[in-house]
Design a protein around this ligand. Structure first.
Ligand code: HXC
Length: 519
């Protein structure tokens, strides 16, 4: 009888501990979390992963600190829920910081839990998802906490390019804590409830005398539009978690895997709308997203960095069920010119796709690089080189379609044949030249025009001449720089075949420790 009651009490003890762990920092703090419009760590995980699939690791871990009253305050789990589960049936590793426990602050043991999870994710080759909501370093622990952060940064870096790493910032993320999300592949933020900054509004005021709110300084829209730190902005937490699920659907589990293929039934691939999309006047804008929609499988385009550097559009899509990454100049914004931010945005995306075997499609309509002191002094040279370097280095299948302008250095940079693209198509409306006809005529016929009886007439004559010779895709096609000039309505069919043809592409870079991308 005695041993039986002892067994019951052991079970009760486990029940009790489990219930305690579930509650994190307790009912009051959970209510406070909800009152801020935020979910708890466990609620977030349950929305993210497939129902019933989550297995927690380290649920009873407690901190070992004794300073500043910590010896009397312990919470099971120590402010972070870690474990593994499935998203759309595929394995993921998840950590979710629990703001109800010491403000989700990172202690030595909290960091150890995250690092243990990262090791598992690496060894087993599955994505790591971090749901961040933390007051930063556990102040009472001092350097132990800083060491914990550094351990995470180090592992984030080692994992980069091996497994996809996704960070959702769903509350505060300040100080050096921002550098873990920054190293990961994608950052998501929630409007009005999350912020990221290296130094907060108070320090900013002291040092620079600027008055700025947390939201203005480091809120979701700030990082979506101004800094580009965040790739996605959601109106609320549920939307944010659903975006993570969607994002994962385009990715493989690791760098040795392929992205999942989606069902696709071959049908009529003609897209007549593309025949009339390019305006008669080459200076008129059009929306490149319309081209993307026509070329993609229905509802499959998922834009990344939607609000940042809108003169270039990047995102995931599917063509005949295959996951691809799209990089497209956007003539509707700044005529689709390449500038510093556009180059950074596209370069980062190209590198992600190349890390994870996602083929690239480039849609090109680019008048060149943006001129001006602002661009030159802020290093358009180095930043433009990032995009060039990223394309040159990419070994995934790479296809370009030139819809209209392909001018100057931008022609080379935007996945030209010369830097390793596999298939280069052009529409009949393509203009491939060093520069636009009027600029070119003014420079090379300057003297002849000045000496002409009627300079305006002469200029027009030279423009017409240059236009006739160069403002078309045929010179490039004669040389083989363009593999085929295609009818716009046939573009989707061409892409389906070309990506299928390139499916088993193998391309190996020269042996090296690592390259030195212009940072
Ligand atoms: C320990 C912390 C904490 C921290 C918050 N708490 N931050 N405990 N270390 N860093 C605790 C609070 O004491 C409180 O405990 C509970 O979490 C909730 O905090 P509140 O202040 O009540 O919440 P709120 O008003 O929402 O404000 C959240 C906050 C604020 C803005 C994050 O707590 C704050 O400013 N915290 C300090 C942030 C900070 O300076 N961190 C260090 C940054 S430097 P109770 O018991 O009352 O519930 C850093 C370096 C990293 O992180 C370096 C890496 C290289």
């Amino acid at each position: 009888m005695e041993s039986r009651s002892a067994a019951v009490s052991k079970k009760e003890l486990l029940d009790q501990k489990n219930a305690e762990a579930e509650l994190g920092g307790g009912e009051n703090r959970i209510q406070a979390q909800h009152a801020k419009g935020k979910l708890t760590a466990r609620e977030r995980i349950s929305i993210l992963v497939d129902k019933g699939s989550f297995e927690e690791i380290g649920r009873f871990v407690m901190h070992r600190s004794k300073d500043f009253g910590l010896d009397k305050e312990h919470y099971l789990g120590d402010g972070v829920v870690t474990g593994y589960g499935k998203v759309n049936g595929r394995l993921v590793y998840v950590f979710a910081q629990d703001f109800t426990v010491f403000g989700g602050s990172l202690s030595e043991t909290h960091a150890e839990k995250i690092c243990k999870l990262m090791d598992l994710a690496m060894k087993n080759g599955a994505p790591l998802i971090g749901l961040n909501d933390s007051g930063g370093a556990r102040i009472q622990e001092g350097v132990l906490s800083l060491a914990g952060y550094a351990d995470i940064f180090y592992k984030n870096t080692l994992a980069s390019g091996v497994i996809p790493q996704i960070s959702a910032v769903m509350g505060p993320c300040a100080g050096g804590a921002v550098y873990s999300p920054a190293i990961t592949d994608f950052v998501l933020m929630v409007e009005n409830t999350s912020y990221m900054f290296v130094t907060g509004p108070n320090v900013v005021k002291t040092v620079t005398h600027e008055e700025v709110t947390s939201e203005e300084l480091g809120g979701a829209m700030t990082h979506a539009t101004k800094s580009g730190v965040t790739h996605f902005v959601s109106a609320n937490e549920v939307e944010c978690l659903l975006s993570i699920k969607k994002l994962l659907s385009y990715m493989p589990q690791n760098c040795e895997d392929d992205a999942p293929r989606y069902p696709y039934t071959p049908g009529d691939e003609l897209r007549p709308a593309l025949n009339t999309l390019i305006p008669e006047n080459a200076n008129q804008p059009y929306d490149m997203r319309e081209v993307i929609t026509e070329l993609s499988d229905p509802d499959s385009f998922f834009e990344v960095h939607e609000h940042f550097a809108e003169n270039i559009v990047v995102g995931f899509s599917r063509i005949a069920g295959r996951s691809i990454g799209i990089v497209a100049n956007q003539p509707a914004v700044l005529a689709g010119v390449l500038d510093i931010h556009a180059s950074q945005k596209a370069a980062r995306f190209v590198r992600f796709c190349d890390c994870f075997n996602i083929p690239l499609l480039v849609l090109e309509d680019v008048p060149g690089f943006l001129p001006g002191t602002d661009q030159e002094w802020n290093a358009i040279i180095t930043n433009g080189a990032k995009l060039l370097y990223a394309f040159c280095e990419a070994t995934v299948p790479r296809i370009t379609v030139i819809t209209r302008k392909a001018y100057g250095g931008a022609y080379d940079v935007m996945n030209s044949k010369h830097i390793g693209a596999d298939m280069n198509f052009a529409w009949p409306s393509a203009e491939i030249a060093v520069m636009g006809a009027s600029g070119a005529a003014e420079i090379i016929f300057k003297r002849e025009i000045a000496q002409a009886e009627n300079p305006a007439e002469k200029l027009q004559e030279k423009i017409d001449d240059y236009t006739q010779k160069f403002t078309n895709p045929y010179r490039a096609a004669h040389r083989g720089y363009i593999d085929e000039v295609i009818y716009p309505d046939q573009t989707r069919a061409k892409l389906i075949r070309a990506f299928e043809m390139l499916e088993n592409k193998v391309d190996v870079l020269p042996k090296k420790k690592h390259g030195n991308i212009p940072l």
